[in-house]
Design a protein around this ligand. Structure first.
Ligand code: ZN
Length: 308
């Protein structure tokens, strides 16, 4: 156990941080770029871009350590970047350093969006056996969804929402520890878990549905057929657990049922009108299997590292 002075000092600093966070997050309202409504976000776009850039560098570092091929398959890199550029031309926040990265790992059915505009797409997303995406339009649906997260600023809004309750609940936990009150410690621990498990998850699902809808509008405005968006989520809903066992972040917080597809279908008429009005149509019903050459063979790490 910590000495009482340390706990008191700790309590003071947590309460101080909670107060600062209350002042920061309470006052920091800004206009949402997508909805035009006032929202709470304690981060500026510049701060968010810096954070996202740092996180991206860390992720790439970790991937390199595990020998994952990054941006090495020219045909797939070009396809992902072309679609990203085409959708970026119609998004709400135009002054971000958008960048798409392709990771040639067939085992991960996955895509990420980082704050500030970095998108990562993993090869498993179109793996013929386990992948979810079969056509150019369907890949555009996934990339549109990721770009929607960036434009809705979901990451930093979520961080703003979480910081104050977590600090206050942590202060409560420390206070209960100082008092040696087991029942209060249990209550504080339960509240902390409950808040993060229920409230945070509920909001992340709300954000996911918003990213689905906004992403479908983006892809449609960029000239990709929005019908592909509900089709991707229906395929996920109908897939077996083993089929998508390696599916990670983009889908993990999503309700794996027809809810997402049903929600998207409600907004499909609006998206279809945007698609019809788009100045360019992208011929997006081309099958990826037909337009992409087989991925280059993997070079074993030993052979690759033997200096020659
Ligand atoms: Zn998402």
């Amino acid at each position: 156990m910590f000495p009482i002075m340390n706990k008191t000092t700790c309590l003071r600093s947590v309460l101080g941080a909670a107060l600062m966070a209350a002042l920061g997050s309470g006052c920091a309202t800004t206009t949402d770029y997508v909805t035009g409504q006032r929202v709470r976000n304690m981060y500026t776009l510049d701060e968010e871009t810096r954070m996202g850039g740092q996180y991206y560098a860390q992720m790439v570092g970790e991937l390199r350590k595990s020998d994952a091929p990054i941006d090495q398959d020219a045909a797939r890199v070009d396809l992902v970047r072309d679609i990203t550029r085409q959708i970026v031309s119609v998004v709400h926040i135009t002054n971000l350093p958008y960048k798409a990265t392709f990771v040639g790992d067939p085992d991960f059915v996955n895509a990420y969006a980082l704050p500030g505009g970095n998108i990562m797409v993993f090869e498993g997303i179109w793996n013929p056996k386990e992948g979810l995406v079969r056509t150019v339009d369907e890949l555009a649906a996934v990339i549109g969804h990721e770009l929607a997260h960036v434009n809705c600023r979901h990451s930093t809004e979520a961080m703003t929402r979480q910081v104050l309750p977590n600090l206050l609940l942590s202060a409560f936990m420390i206070w209960a520890t100082i008092k040696d009150d087991d029942s209060m410690q249990l209550l504080a621990g339960g509240l902390l878990l409950g808040y993060n498990g229920l409230v945070v998850t509920k909001y992340s699902r709300k954000d996911e549905l918003e990213a689905d809808r906004v992403g479908m509008m983006y892809m449609a405005r960029a000239g990709f057929d929005p019908e592909a968006a509900p089709r991707v989520w229906e395929r996920l809903a109908n897939g077996s657990d083993s089929q998508f066992k390696k599916t990670l972040s983009i889908f993990s917080t999503h309700p794996r049922d027809k809810l997402r597809a049903d929600e998207l279908r409600k907004h499909l008429p609006e998206a279809r009108a945007l698609f019809e009005a788009a100045p360019v149509k992208r011929d997006g019903n081309r099958k990826l299997a037909d337009i992409l050459p087989p991925p280059p063979p993997k070079i074993p790490a030993k052979q690759k590292n033997s200096g020659s």
